[in-house]
Design a protein around this ligand. Structure first.
Ligand code: GLC
Length: 740
């Protein structure tokens, strides 16, 4: 059962065991001067030289560093604190370990395509084991922002568009990073980010404004944070954006009302880089002093890299603009975290201990994660897997042998020397089966030169099948990397069109940090595998899937638009008063001088219709699955009730494969309008050729709750539809009623 809602709150269990820690926190806090308290709230980015900070460390003016990854330097800084400062409060070292430290896993959006919490938890565990060897004990991950806008570069770091999928997978990442106990030296404190609503950034342009009604905030953007906190997330990071005029760094509704009062979060809140000071840019604060005041009163407890707290807190207290008790609460949360991490007992990192970096186990996990992240979007004429009759392949494209870009965004410590690319993997693994004709065609994804086309076309002509590796360099996705046109950059589209002219079967393997608008290319390619940025072991994973060693199983965690102008397009949209009515009169069908109302009036684009190119939850396999025999254990539910919903799924092909089965509902009528579909659960199931399995979901009326206009979570009586489906656009449909 993969439902975040049922995750028992690890945090509540942990608090019970923390009474001893609470006593230690209070005892230490009682000894601290105001200056030492403010020091704990101060996080700096390391210069790499411990001597630069020696005097501050002796005075206890720093609580944490980010971006120091040399264990010798970490121990040197820690030694100053533990031997020369008054209270010997250990430093906490942090880093953006987003999808791997040295062994790089697929970008989170790619990992989400696995719909597999176990493989995601394993990936975070590997990252924690590797990063903690350097002395890192706090990572700024998982990023669990919901986003429906592929123009936004940070969609790459997200787990996609859906609150339920992101809740389950985000909680798994938290567990992976934090391990069995935060006290273990190979555990990292997780930091769920960015709180909140960052993915709703207007126009998909990073750091931009968001306008989010509270009902939408609670229904779409908050659930994944609640699930991760229920899973025990130790810290939380505020977001850069404002919501309805209030920047998150100064948003006491988010940080006091929701996070503390409603959710009982007892972890620590950190700013995002300069987000405290950026409230001046927002026009929410007049100066650094007011920024410090608003951030502290709202509940931002550690200030990352800017120093408004160090500069202004003492005076703000003297002026009565903040209370020392507010500072005490912040410092309690910081000290509690450090005690939970065991830093007071074990402040130093063991240098030269046996390293787990790039271990066979870690590489195998990264390969498995990459395999499960691959999504087969098209496979005509049974082009894939590559048959034994194929004697030669043309490997073409700027991403075929791009070890750095293959790692993707946010791989600060990744080493491209360890990346195995598709070119290398295919040569190594299948070089005896096929002759490889390699011609890059383009030097990099943005390359505007066509001088490589001739060689590429020649390679294609000499080969039985073309494998074109297209997409985006990693620098085109991630933070502050937004694109107003999400088609292939450079001359890739032209190269793909030229390759098609050779008449050879054309397989597109796409590496990108976002859904790309590939409508034209999807028409001419015979097969398409979406690989995201698949990480260190992406090459062997892609090779094994292309050559049929393992079938693809991934499904899209995000909708693929037909074109950029269709954004936002996502499966759980509202129906509107005039849903699109088939048949649609599309641009090129319209008669010249058509009269104004002859085309009908419903909600669609003349040049794109209303459907996406590929829907949320979509993905093909090397076999086919037939769904049948939907059964509901009840056709009426009371308000506090549950029922079983089942169906049969038959593997009608000739290879064993895994199907990701999805459960959707629709609340047909509500006191507020409801989406046309909502994912409520999902399961991965392996099915042998010819085998029929029964899949059963339990649907609890709690899962039908929504936030009404009075901000109450309610189940309203009425008619519902339910689907067990292979994706969000089809499936076996049933209906039931919720009675009073
Ligand atoms: C960045 C990002 C945040 C990251 C932090 C520290 O600007 O917004 O996700 O964790 O700064 O690098």
């Amino acid at each position: 059962m993969a439902t975040a809602i049922l995750i028992v709150s690890c945090q509540q269990q942990q608090t019970g065991q923390d009474s001893e820690i609470e006593n230690k926190v209070e005892d230490l806090l009682s000894k601290m001067t105001l200056s030492e308290k403010i020091g704990q709230m101060n996080q700096l980015s390391s210069s790499g030289n411990a001597d630069d900070f020696k005097e501050m460390l002796k005075k206890g003016m720093v609580g944490s560093f980010l971006n120091e990854v040399n264990p010798v330097t970490i121990n040197k800084m820690q030694k100053v604190v533990m031997e020369e400062s008054r209270l010997k409060i250990p430093l906490l070292f942090s880093r953006d370990v987003i999808h791997g430290y040295k062994t790089i896993f697929p970008i989170p959006l790619g990992q989400a395509a696995s719909w597999n919490p176990d493989i995601i938890e394993k990936g975070a565990r590997v990252a924690a084991q590797e990063a903690s060897e350097a002395g890192i004990r706090w990572t700024f991950a998982p990023m669990i922002d919901i986003t429906r806008d592929p123009r936004w570069g940070r969609i790459a770091e997200s787990l996609g568009e859906d609150p339920v999928l992101t809740s389950v997978l985000g909680a798994a990442m938290v567990k992976g990073f934090q391990g069995k106990s935060l006290n273990d030296t190979n555990s990292l404190a997780a930091c769920v980010k960015h709180f909140c609503g960052y993915g709703a950034t207007e126009g998909g342009r990073d750091y931009n404004t968001t306008i989010i009604p509270e009902q939408t905030l609670r229904e779409v953007y908050l659930p994944s944070f609640k699930a991760s906190i229920d899973a025990g997330a130790a810290t939380l990071m505020v977001s850069f954006n404002e919501i309805n005029g209030v920047p998150s760094s100064g948003n006491d509704f988010l940080l006091r009302q929701v996070l503390r009062k409603e959710w009982n979060f007892d972890g620590m809140v950190v700013s995002d880089w300069g987000s405290v000071e950026e409230m001046i840019n927002h026009g929410f604060c007049a100066d650094r002093k007011e920024a410090a005041m608003k951030a502290i009163n709202a509940g931002v407890e550690m200030e990352m890299v800017t120093s408004t707290y160090v500069e202004h807190v003492e005076n703000l207290i003297k002026e009565g603009k903040i209370k020392e008790s507010t500072i005490d609460e912040a410092v309690r949360n910081i000290l509690r975290l450090k005690f939970r991490l065991g830093l007071f007992d074990k402040p130093y990192v063991a240098v030269n201990s046996k390293s787990s970096l790039y271990s066979d186990e870690h590489l195998a996990s990264a390969k498995e994660a990459a395999i499960q992240s691959l999504v087969l979007l098209k496979n005509e004429n049974n082009t894939l897997p590559i048959k034994s009759t194929v004697k030669s392949v043309a490997i073409i494209g700027p991403l075929a042998d791009a070890p750095y870009d293959q790692m993707g965004t946010w791989t600060l410590d990744g080493e491209q020397e360890h990346t195995i690319t598709p070119l290398v993997a295919i040569k190594e693994e299948f070089g005896k089966q096929v002759k490889v004709n390699y011609a890059k065609g383009l030097e990099y994804s943005r390359d505007l030169s066509t001088k490589g086309f001739t060689a590429a076309i020649s390679a294609a002509r000499q080969s039985d099948v073309i494998l074109m590796f297209a997409g985006e360099e990693s620098i085109l996705s991630g933070e502050a990397r937004c694109r107003a046109d999400i088609t292939f950059p450079g001359k890739q589209r032209e190269l793909i069109a030229e390759l098609k002219k050779t008449g050879k079967p054309l397989v597109l393997v796409i590496m990108a940090g976002r859904p790309l608008a590939i409508t034209e290319e999807s028409k001419i390619a015979d097969a398409i595998v979406y690989a995201w940025h698949p990480g260190t072991m992406g090459g062997p994973a892609i090779a094994d899937v292309l050559f049929g060693k393992v079938p693809p199983s991934g499904k899209l965690p995000v909708t693929f638009p037909q074109m950029t102008g269709q954004i936002p397009v996502y499966y759980s949209q509202k129906n509107s008063g005039r849903p699109a009515k088939e048949p649609l009169m599309l641009l090129n069908d319209i008669p010249v001088s058509a009269k104004q109302f002859t085309l009908g009036c419903s909600s669609y684009y003349l040049d794109a219709g209303y459907k996406p190119l590929y829907p949320f939850g979509y993905g093909l396999s090397y076999t086919t699955f037939v769904y049948s025999d939907l059964k509901l254990s009840k056709n009426q539910m009371k308000k506090e009730d549950q029922m079983e919903i089942s169906c049969k799924i038959t593997n009608t092909g000739n290879v064993e494969a895994t199907e990701i089965v999805q459960l959707y509902i629709r609340d047909l009528v509500g006191s507020l309008t409801r989406p046309v579909k909502e994912l409520k659960d999902f399961k991965r199931v392996a099915i042998k050729p010819g085998e029929t399995v029964k899949i059963t979901f339990t649907l609890n009326t709690n899962q039908l709750k929504f936030w009404n206009a009075k901000m109450e979570q309610v189940v309203e009586p009425g008619q519902f539809k339910v689907w067990i489906a292979p994706n969000s656009s089809e499936g076996l449909e049933g209906s039931f009623e919720v009675t009073e």
